[in-house]
Design a protein around this ligand. Structure first.
Ligand code: GAL
Length: 644
């Protein structure tokens, strides 16, 4: 009797564990079972964007009222104003170009009244080839727009627009759903596009009660994704749909010459998996040309430094420089917005009608030394070295040793004195640190230790500094995030990131049923020089300025490429841990071989040193392995983690 009950219990347990593992695997989360060092760099580039893509897009300037004259006007201005030379290459058509999907064979038809050069032949034969040829001849590249679902954003949200797709229900289904191979081949092979932005209204807003569904004009699409509601989003399904687009692109462009821009507004936890599926991925809902919305977009990337790197970019949305709060009467704000995008390695996509641009706006968009920060080949996103609700210090490690870009950001309405010190910069305190103002393009002398800067309201002071690095050789891992891949984040259930500035909801105001709480998963993901919950790194009441904070059961890959000889860190359970019961073992692998391991570390136990010889190692893997279960998430710290 006793043993039968025990057996039953054991069987039930085994089933429960199997289900939990399967669920974890489905959601893309680390489970202890999947936590193996692979020895191989797990990120294959999606398309080609070794530095953040730069270009122009029609949406912020024209909304759905896009046409050929407007787009070509922008293209000509890019060339004439020197912006093309400064790096802006992509000219991207957004929502609004379509007429319909041809009934006979599903081929997409362009609205030639908007794009006259697309009328290339008999009835129903249209092609963007003349248009992309023109752009290519100007030394530019061409971008197009589609949607993951059957129907697109403008059909849901701009029902009165006269230029919406026409025809019967099937003919008006202009999105990629069910047509991925056909459309991608048409756009990239026949029409010659180089870049595609893939929106997500079709999988989100065409449920029976969605903005598209309620019209009764479209096939109902039960939502796979619910904006602002991670739990109600089918994360694996959304990811799989984007992965199909990626695979179709790789098939038509085997040389990898394309950009895939994921536009699902930071929902469905894309902030964690975009790197595996797209070249860039939106981290928030739409930016608008006002200060509060800009802060919201900025905050949605500023804690995501571990996810971006060469070929994979966090996208806080397109630029509003030139528009609204960032127009020629607000040049300081425009420079601030541009500086923040630059230091965060955001794609720089101009969203302004360049045909009317005053020189002051061109000068901002073309600022060579600020653009150089964004396009630095190391691809290390800026890291928040100091943050409060009022001021922030963002530091980006540049590829030339000893050089950093620094943004001193005053978020308030009053002038501020912000003190920058050598510790923010990981530089030695008693050697001179030289400073250059990247907007004024002027050297500001040098300091030792620290220096106070006066920063005007809403200003970002954008500096480049050079000094003597604290480490005699190599880097702290938090200085080389462009070489890190978060292979397993250790997150069991995606949680909403509470650090993001909440503006008034632009669609529902203060009265909408959704309230004004923008919520994106990502809370608990690994961070540089911070715990995963945005706290100071601290082990047994000793705080550490530098290091990597993560949850247990995480695996980080570092692309060392044989360039280092030694890994070192002090490891332990962070004082901010939610679970205090389970110990954690810290393991360091080199190309799949175990190089060093800590004893099981417990809460409130002093940090233990961990060192490994990594000479010749291509991929270093750091695994924090939780031993046993815990009621809460276990937070770990790799303090002072460095490769020298
Ligand atoms: C939104 C997207 C915008 C723009 C718009 C077009 O979903 O975030 O950037 O593309 O759709 O309707």
């Amino acid at each position: 009797m006793q043993s039968r009950r025990l057996r039953k219990l054991r069987n039930r347990l085994a089933v429960a564990v199997a289900v939990a593992l399967a669920l974890g695997a489905l959601a893309g989360h680390a489970t202890a079972a999947s936590l193996n060092a692979t020895g191989a760099w797990a990120l294959a580039p999606v398309g080609h964007a070794p530095t953040p893509p730069m270009g122009w897009n029609s949406w912020n300037a024209f909304g759905v009222n896009v046409n050929e004259a407007r787009v070509m006007g922008a293209a000509r201005a890019l060339v004439a104003d020197g912006l093309a030379k400064a790096g802006y290459r992509y000219v991207n058509i957004d929502d609004g170009w379509w007429l319909q999907r041809r009934a006979s064979d599903g081929r997409m038809i362009i609205r030639t009244s908007l794009f006259p050069s697309a009328a290339v032949g008999g009835a129903g034969l249209t092609s963007f080839r003349p248009f992309t040829d023109k752009l290519h001849a100007m030394g530019l590249e061409a971008g197009i727009y589609s949607d993951l679902g059957r129907n697109v954003c403008s059909q849901a949200w701009s029902p009165d627009n006269p230029n919406l797709p026409v025809g019967n229900r099937a003919e008006r289904e202009v999105g990629l759903y069910g047509h991925v191979t056909q459309d991608i081949s048409l756009y990239f092979k026949d029409w010659g596009f180089d870049y595609i932005k893939v929106d997500a209204c079709g999988i989100a807003h065409y449920g029976a009660n969605g903005a598209g569904g309620k019209q009764g004009k479209f096939r109902v699409f039960p939502p796979l994704m619910v904006d602002q509601n991670t739990a109600q989003s089918n994360i694996p399904a959304v990811r799989a749909l984007y992965a199909r687009v990626r695979d179709a692109l790789r098939a038509v462009r085997p040389d990898g010459r394309f950009v895939l821009s994921l536009c699902n507004w930071g929902a469905a936890n894309v902030r964690a998996w975009g790197k595996d599926v797209g070249t860039m991925w939106r981290t928030s809902t739409d930016i608008q040309a006002n200060w509060s919305r800009m802060l919201h977009s900025f905050d949605s990337v500023s804690t995501r430094e571990m996810y971006s790197g060469p070929g994979r970019w966090n996208d806080p949305d397109m630029l509003e420089v030139g528009n609204g709060d960032f127009d020629q009467h607000h040049l300081l704000q425009a420079r601030s917005h541009f500086s923040l995008w630059a230091i965060e390695d955001a794609p720089l996509l101009i969203g302004y009608d360049l045909r009317k641009a005053p020189q002051s706006i061109i000068d901002i968009l073309g600022a060579p030394e600020v653009i150089a920060v964004n396009q630095d080949p190391a691809g290390n996103q800026g890291v928040l070295e100091y943050t409060s609700s009022d001021y922030q210090i963002i530091v980006k490690t540049l590829s030339r040793r000893g050089e950093k870009a620094v943004a001193l950001f005053n978020r308030t309405d009053e002038a501020a004195k912000i003190e920058l010190n050598s510790a923010h910069l990981k530089m030695v305190a008693d050697a001179p640190i030289t400073v250059r103002d990247l907007w004024a393009r002027r050297d500001l002398g040098s300091f030792t230790g620290s220096r106070v800067f006066t920063v005007r309201p809403h200003e970002v002071l954008m500096l480049k500094v050079s000094g003597k690095p604290l480490l005699a050789s190599g880097y702290y891992l938090s200085e080389m995030t462009g070489r890190i891949n978060v292979a397993d984040d250790g997150v069991l259930v995606p949680e909403e990131d509470p650090t993001i500035h909440r503006p008034l909801d632009p669609y529902t105001g203060s009265t909408g049923s959704d309230g004004t709480r923008p919520v994106y998963a990502g809370w608990g993901d690994p961070r540089a020089d911070s715990t995963p919950y945005d706290d100071t790194l601290r082990i047994a009441n000793v705080s550490y300025r530098y290091g990597i904070g993560a949850l247990a059961n995480s695996r980080l890959q570092v692309q060392a490429e044989g360039g280092f000889t030694r890994f070192s860190a002090q490891v332990g359970i962070d004082d901010t841990t939610r679970g205090r019961a389970a110990p954690v073992r810290f393991e360091v692998y080199g190309d799949g071989k175990l190089l060093a391991v800590s004893r099981p570390m417990h809460f409130n136990e002093a940090a233990a040193p961990l060192r490994a010889d990594v000479a010749g190692v291509k991929v270093v893997e750091l695994i924090a392995r939780q031993i046993g279960t815990d009621q809460g998430a276990v937070v770990v710290t790799w303090a002072n983690a460095a490769l020298e």
